[in-house]
Design a protein around this ligand. Structure first.
Ligand code: PRP
Length: 209
């Protein structure tokens, strides 16, 4: 049985469709219910819906053999997994954003609000900019509006959230997309089905390019 951790939500549904096309269908997953585990013994696959930020933990610890995680999570938590493939979906970017017209006062530490403290720290360390990190768990865009921070480091996809809160991108930190990841031992012992999935996903992403 190949155990696959999928990120719950729109991205996960898109990715499941790719796995289905790769020859690992599990029709019960499309039923609208609250179940979190679905399996299809006929093709030896079991899917779990997990919180997107938890996929890498399941894979790292071997509760899942493979999974799909955003590059943001892989950079932030650096899990000990193999990153096998860029699915070229869930495309967005990690960016620094600030209130429109913001100017950095380099005489003092820059107050940075973010969920991604490691990514933000590495970004500013590379520039030699002193920062004061404020870790938040969501709705990051509010922080500079209320004066909690000067800037934010967050995911920007369409840019709508920034625009509606009168913020703008100052700089891109790193481009992000969904990645197929594998547990290191599973990659060795379940190599055949994993490689089959990688091959099919590769041909599917080429079709869309
Ligand atoms: C993410 C991100 C931004 C928003 C960006 O938030 O943190 O707030 O999406 O998308 P946009 O550029 O298309 O507007 P998410 O919905 O994951 O919730 P969060 O507030 O918990 O981070």
């Amino acid at each position: 049985m190949l155990n696959v951790a999928l990120p719950k939500g729109r991205l996960g549904e898109k990715v499941y469709a790719m796995f289905e096309k790769a020859g690992f269908p599990c029709p019960s997953i499309r039923e609208n219910n609250r179940k979190l585990i679905f399996e299809n013994p006929d093709c030896g696959v079991r899917y779990f819906w997990v919180k997107p930020s938890d996929v890498a933990i399941y894979v790292e610890r071997g509760a899942a053999d493979i999974g799909v995680a955003g590059k943001d999570i892989l950079l932030e938590y650096a899990p000990d997994v193999y990153e096998l493939f860029d699915l070229k979906t869930g495309v967005c970017r990690m960016a620094v954003a600030a209130p429109e017209g913001f100017r950095d006062d380099t005489r003092r530490a820059l107050k940075v609000a973010t969920k991604f403290t490691n990514i933000a720290r590495a970004h500013y360390a590379a520039r030699g900019r002193d920062i004061d990190i404020i870790h938040l768990n969501g709705s990051i865009e509010i922080a500079p509006i209320l004066g909690l921070s000067d800037v934010i480091v967050d995911i920007v996809e369409t840019g709508t959230t920034l625009k509606e809160n009168h913020l703008e991108v100052v700089e891109t930190v790193v481009p992000i997309s969904a990645r197929l990841i594998a547990n290191k031992a599973s990659f060795k012992f379940k190599n055949e089905p994993i490689e089959a999935i990688v091959k099919s996903l590769a041909s599917q992403t080429e079709e869309t390019v």
